[in-house]
Design a protein around this ligand. Structure first.
Ligand SMILES: Cc1ncc(COP(=O)(O)O)c(C=O)c1O
Length: 427
C-alpha cells in the first residue's frame, strides 16, 4: 500500500470511497488528459464526477482565476460583487425561468438544500416527492430525498418523502410497457399517491439520474407529471447538477427533454459551471426565491474567485459550442459503444445522451447486476489508460462515461477502443 493511501485511510472517514484497488493520485491535467503521481497519462472520461466541464487546465479559466486572485479572492455577500452579479445575470437568462433570481452556494448539495428550504417554506409543508433511484447530495436534508440505499446513511429526515416511479426506464414494474404506456402508468401512480397524502411542496427530480447510473424516463414524463402537479400548485424542482450546461447534447438543460409544460419552478446547478471551482446554485422565480422572511447567506457562495472561473468557463463553453460538440461526439461514442455491446452478453444496456453515457453490466444470460465486473472493467480501463466512473442503484453495476465537453472525435475513438478491450477482458 503506498504511503499516501495509508495516510488517507488513517485520517479520513471510512465511508469516503476511493476508486481502484490501488487508488490514483492525480497530479495534473491538460485538455482531456490527466497524469498520476507516477507519470502515467490517462484519457479522462469522468472529469472528476462530471465537473471538469470544458477541459483540464483551460488557459482562459486559469488566467481568470489567477487575475482575480491577484485582485481579491473573497469579500462575502455583504458587499456588492460584480462577477457574482454578472454570472447570475447570465444564468438567469439561460435558465428559461421567467423573472428568475439566482442564489450561489458552494456545492450541489447546498443548492438542493436551498431548493428544499424554498419549496417547503413557500408551500408551508415538509412533504416532498422524489424519484426512486435518485441522488441529490450528502447533507441531512439531501439524504432525506435520496432514493438509492447505497447513498442513504440514515432514514432520519427533516422531510416526509414519498418516492415516485419513473426515473428508471428499463427496470421496475413498468419496464415492459412502451414509452406512452410507461408515462401513463407513472402518471396514474402519481395521481394515486397524491390521493393518499396531504399536498406535497414539490417534486424534485434529476432529468437523467447521475449516481443512479445515467438512467432516465422517456422524454416527456416530467411534462406529464407537471400537469398533474400544477393542479395542486405543487412545485417542480429540476436537479441539473449533472445534466446542466449542455452535457446531454440535445439540450442545454435536462429539463428541456420534458419542456412541453414549460420550465421548472426551481432549478439547481453545480459541478461543471466552475470547471472544478466550487460553484453551486439555485434559480427560482422571484416570488419563490423571495419567500424567506429572515436573512440567509452563504459565506463562500458566489465568492469572486469562483465567479471569475465560472464566467470564463461559461464564455468558453458558449463561444466554442461545446453543447453541439457533446451532441456530435457523444452521438458517435454512444453508437460505437452500442456496436461493441451487441457482441457482449454482459452488457445489458448502453444508454444516455450527449456526453453522459451509461453502460449497464449484468451477469451474462441474466438480468442480475454485476458489480464485480463493473469494478473489473474500471480497473482494466485504467490499465489501458482510460478513467471512467461507475454508479447505479442496482449494486453499482453501470459504467459512467462523462468526459469534458471538448472531447475530440479521435479521443472518443481512442477511449471507446480502450473500453472495448476492458469489457472484453471482463467477459
Ligand atoms: C444530481 C446531483 N445532485 C446533487 C449532487 C450533490 O452535489 P455535491 O456533491 O456538489 O454536493 C450530486 C453529486 O454528485 C448530483 O449528482
Amino acid at each position: 500500500m503506498n504511503d499516501l493511501f495509508a495516510r488517507h485511510r488513517q485520517v479520513l472517514p471510512d465511508w469516503l470511497a476511493l476508486y481502484y484497488d490501488e487508488p490514483l493520485e492525480i497530479t495534473h491535467g491538460e485538455g482531456r488528459h490527466v497524469w498520476d503521481a507516477e507519470g502515467n497519462r490517462y484519457l479522462d472520461f469522468f472529469g472528476g464526477i462530471l465537473t471538469t466541464m470544458t477541459a483540464h487546465a483551460l488557459p482562459e479559466v486559469t488566467k481568470a482565476v489567477s487575475e482575480q486572485a491577484g485582485r481579491i479572492i473573497h469579500s462575502s455577500t455583504l458587499y456588492l460583487n460584480r462577477p457574482m452579479v454578472e454570472l447570475a445575470e447570465r444564468i438567469a437568462q439561460l435558465s428559461g425561468i421567467p423573472d428568475a433570481r439566482v442564489f450561489f452556494t458552494t456545492s450541489g448539495t447546498e443548492a438542493n438544500d436551498t431548493a428544499l428550504l424554498l419549496a417547503t417554506t413557500y408551500r408551508r409543508t415538509n412533504t416532498i416527492l422524489a424519484m426512486r433511484n435518485s441522488y441529490h447530495g450528502r447533507s441531512f436534508s439531501a439524504v432525506g430525498i435520496t432514493g438509492n440505499k447505497g447513498w442513504s446513511p440514515t432514514s432520519l429526515s427533516p422531510l416526509q418523502t414519498l418516492y415516485v416511479h419513473g426515473g428508471v426506464r428499463t427496470r421496475g414494474p413498468f419496464a415492459e410497457l412502451n414509452d406512452r404506456e410507461f408515462i401513463a402508468a407513472c402518471v396514474d401512480d402519481l395521481r394515486d399517491l397524491l390521493g393518499h397524502t396531504r399536498p406535497p411542496a414539490a417534486l424534485i427530480a434529476e432529468p437523467i439520474q447521475g449516481v443512479g447510473g445515467f438512467t432516465s424516463p422517456p422524454d416527456g414524463l416530467y411534462a406529464a407529471f407537471r400537469k398533474v402537479l400544477q393542479e395542486q400548485g405543487i412545485l417542480w424542482i429540476a436537479d441539473e447538477v449533472q445534466t446542466g450546461w449542455g452535457r446531454t447534447g440535445e439540450h442545454f438543460w435536462g429539463w428541456q427533454a420534458h419542456g412541453q409544460s414549460g420550465p421548472p419552478d426551481i432549478l439547481t446547478f453545480a459541478k461543471g459551471i466552475g470547471n472544478g471551482m466550487s460553484i453551486g446554485g439555485v434559480v427560482a422565480r422571484s416570488e419563490i426565491m423571495n419567500c424567506l422572511d429572515s436573512n440567509s447567506i452563504s459565506t463562500f457562495g458566489g465568492t469572486q474567485i469562483t465567479m471569475a472561473a465560472g464566467l470564463a468557463n461559461l464564455s468558453y463553453h458558449l463561444e466554442h459550442d461545446l453543447q453541439g460538440n457533446a451532441r456530435r461526439v457523444g452521438g458517435l461514442l454512444i453508437e460505437r459503444l452500442r456496436t461493441v455491446a451487441a457482441q457482449l452478453p454482459g452488457v445489458r444496456e448502453v444508454r444516455g445522451r450527449g456526453l453522459m453515457i451509461g453502460v449497464e453490466l449484468v451477469k451474462p444470460g441474466t438480468d442480475e447486476a454485476d458489480p464485480k465486473s463493473a469494478s473489473a472493467v474500471l480497473e482494466a480501463a485504467r490499465e489501458g489508460g482510460l478513467l471512467i466512473g461507475k454508479g447505479g442503484g442496482h449494486n453499482t453495476s453501470a459504467l459512467r462515461i462523462a468526459p469534458p465537453l471538448s472531447l475530440t472525435v479521435a479521443e472518443a475513438e481512442e477511449g471507446a477502443a480502450i473500453l472495448e478491450q476492458a469489457l472484453r477482458s471482463a467477459y
